[in-house]
Design a protein around this ligand. Structure first.
Ligand SMILES: *[C@@H]1O[C@H](CO)[C@@H](O)[C@H](O)[C@H]1NC(C)=O
Ligand SMILES: *[C@@H]1O[C@H](CO)[C@@H](O)[C@H](O)[C@H]1NC(C)=O
Ligand SMILES: *[C@@H]1O[C@H](CO)[C@@H](O)[C@H](O)[C@H]1NC(C)=O
Ligand SMILES: *[C@@H]1O[C@H](CO)[C@@H](O)[C@H](O)[C@H]1NC(C)=O
Ligand SMILES: *[C@@H]1O[C@H](CO)[C@@H](O)[C@H](O)[C@H]1NC(C)=O
Ligand SMILES: *[C@@H]1O[C@H](CO)[C@@H](O)[C@H](O)[C@H]1NC(C)=O
Ligand SMILES: *[C@@H]1O[C@H](CO)[C@@H](O)[C@H](O)[C@H]1NC(C)=O
Ligand SMILES: *[C@@H]1O[C@H](CO)[C@@H](O)[C@H](O)[C@H]1NC(C)=O
Ligand SMILES: *[C@@H]1O[C@H](CO)[C@@H](O)[C@H](O)[C@H]1NC(C)=O
Length: 384
């Protein structure tokens, strides 16, 4: 009898201990990049926060502090692309702030909640890391997204997803946009024409069944923006929307525990239309002609430069024709850069205009000639 009651007590104690360690994160606790097994997890371990190696791996190894979905798919990180080496640590300080510290002891990311009276941190089963003062939420990872939106997360006007030079935002009128270098708009898509209301405070929500919607106080029901191609399919699947380093936004699904994700929808259907994007395999990055060479031969994504600057040219200049080539017309040409001209006159005018770097004339029936001025010129060649 005596032994039996001790066993009961012991198992009760274990249960209590597991619940606490699985749900709440105590002030004063830390995670270290030197021990990837150590994480702070949600009550049922669907999500966990810890250090993961960067993808692709680097030498020496570097790590990001990330929330991952069961199986290891990252869905949030402390800061945009902030890497630390194996000496890095994540501290939940007793002052109530979470800090990412690198091996020199410098704070490289901070939730900036030290003066908010935070008393607890909690990673919940939807993947949201919440800092609370008593009962009110004062900071959450859902309110501070990096490159991913999860079901039940509110993505409102003013919030930004970032990846490298690319950013994704929701406009006040409900349009979704993709920008390069915070300035060049290369994708801008509104709701379908069946929605004619002017929105006031739109909210982009990805439904857990894979439907991307925009809700607004002016809409009786949420308007549908896109369907993922596995929408409503059953299974223990997480759908999420992610801005990738290739400048495209996609909806993915990941089966619990698999550690892999499958593309279900992409915003920009032709990857070549993503401004400033290039890749060593598909599509291939290259310079416009042999007169150019890569800025850095080891990294073709940095673009190209002239082998000889035009002002240093001893001979007179000419225009070089690029067949089957399409310049991306972003940023949009200003009125002073568009003319009603035939392709030959367009070319000659550009040659004598010092501000013109290239010209193009689309065979789209509009008869327009476009000047491209000196800046980042991007385009693509269609395989003939
Ligand atoms: C982490 O877990 C793996 C496998 O469970 C184990 O082999 C390894 O020794 C652990 N590492 C540390 C630092 O605890
Ligand atoms: C740590 O971060 C500081 C500030 O950003 C930086 O100057 C320092 O080089 C970093 N140390 C390491 C080891 O990366
Ligand atoms: C928690 O924060 C909210 C909003 O910042 C504030 O109104 C409230 O007084 C705070 N509560 C405590 C217990 O600090
Ligand atoms: C999202 O917004 C709705 C409506 O404003 C709100 O009820 C809900 O709590 C929000 N969800 C999160 C995770 O903030
Ligand atoms: C990005 O924009 C900044 C300022 O808006 C500019 O100074 C910089 O040259 C741009 N970068 C590239 C690669 O064009
Ligand atoms: C919204 O997107 C549509 C294309 O779907 C575009 O025609 C319209 O100009 C955009 N509106 C704004 C304000 O950017
Ligand atoms: C939406 O706003 C525009 C510009 O303010 C206005 O011209 C238009 O009538 C409005 N449409 C509706 C349906 O309220
Ligand atoms: C257009 O939006 C309406 C309302 O959200 C939706 O029912 C319909 O399926 C959408 N049409 C297309 C082609 O996406
Ligand atoms: C290039 O494209 C391939 C195949 O689409 C992809 O696996 C790879 O990650 C891309 N590389 C970069 C640097 O984007």
């Amino acid at each position: 009898m005596a032994i039996k009651s001790r066993l009961v007590l012991l198992s009760l104690f274990c249960l209590l201990f597991n619940t606490i360690s699985g749900a709440a994160i105590s002030p004063g606790s830390s995670l270290y990049a030197s021990n990837l097994n150590q994480t702070w997890s949600s009550p049922d371990s669907t999500f966990s926060l810890g250090f993961i190696p960067t993808d692709p791996p680097t030498s020496p190894p570097s790590f990001i502090a990330a929330i991952t979905y069961s199986g290891g798919v990252p869905i949030w990180s402390a800061g945009y692309e902030i890497r630390v080496d194996s000496g890095g640590a994540l501290h939940f300080l007793s002052s109530g702030t979470i800090q990412l510290v690198n091996s020199s002891g410098d704070t490289v990311w901070d939730s900036d909640t030290a003066s908010c009276g935070v008393s607890s941190a909690h990673l919940d089963e939807t993947g949201n890391l919440i800092l609370r003062n008593g009962t009110a939420s004062v900071w959450s990872s859902f309110d501070n997204p990096t490159d991913t939106i999860l079901p039940s997360q509110n993505f409102t006007v003013g919030k930004v997803l970032r990846s490298g030079m690319y950013s994704f935002q929701l406009l006040k009128n409900g349009n979704l946009t993709l920008l390069w270098n915070n300035s060049i708009l290369y994708w801008n898509q509104g709701l379908n024409s069946s929605v004619t209301t002017n929105l006031t405070s739109p909210n982009l929500i990805l439904k857990s069944i894979g439907i991307l919607t925009i809700s607004d106080p002016k809409l009786a029901t949420a308007a549908i923006f896109a369907y993922s191609n596995d929408d409503s399919e059953a299974g223990d699947i997480l759908r999420f929307l992610k801005l990738e380093s290739d400048g495209n936004v996609r909806i993915y699904s990941s089966t619990k525990g698999s550690g892999t994700k499958i593309e279900r929808w992409a915003a920009v259907t032709d990857q070549c239309q993503v401004f400033g994007y290039c890749n060593d395999s598909n599509p291939i990055c290259g310079c416009a002609s042999l007169n150019f060479e890569p800025v850095d031969p080891k990294d073709s994504r940095q673009g190209c430069k002239r082998k000889m600057e035009i002002e240093d040219c001893p001979q007179s200049m000419t225009m070089l024709d690029l067949d089957h080539t399409r310049f991306l017309t972003y940023p949009p040409e200003t009125d002073s850069q568009i003319f009603l001209l035939g392709i030959s006159a367009c070319k000659v005018n550009c040659l004598v205009n010092s501000a013109c770097d290239a010209s193009t004339s689309l065979a789209d029936g509009r008869g327009q000639c476009y000047y491209k001025t000196a800046c980042y010129l991007s385009g693509y060649v269609i395989d003939a």
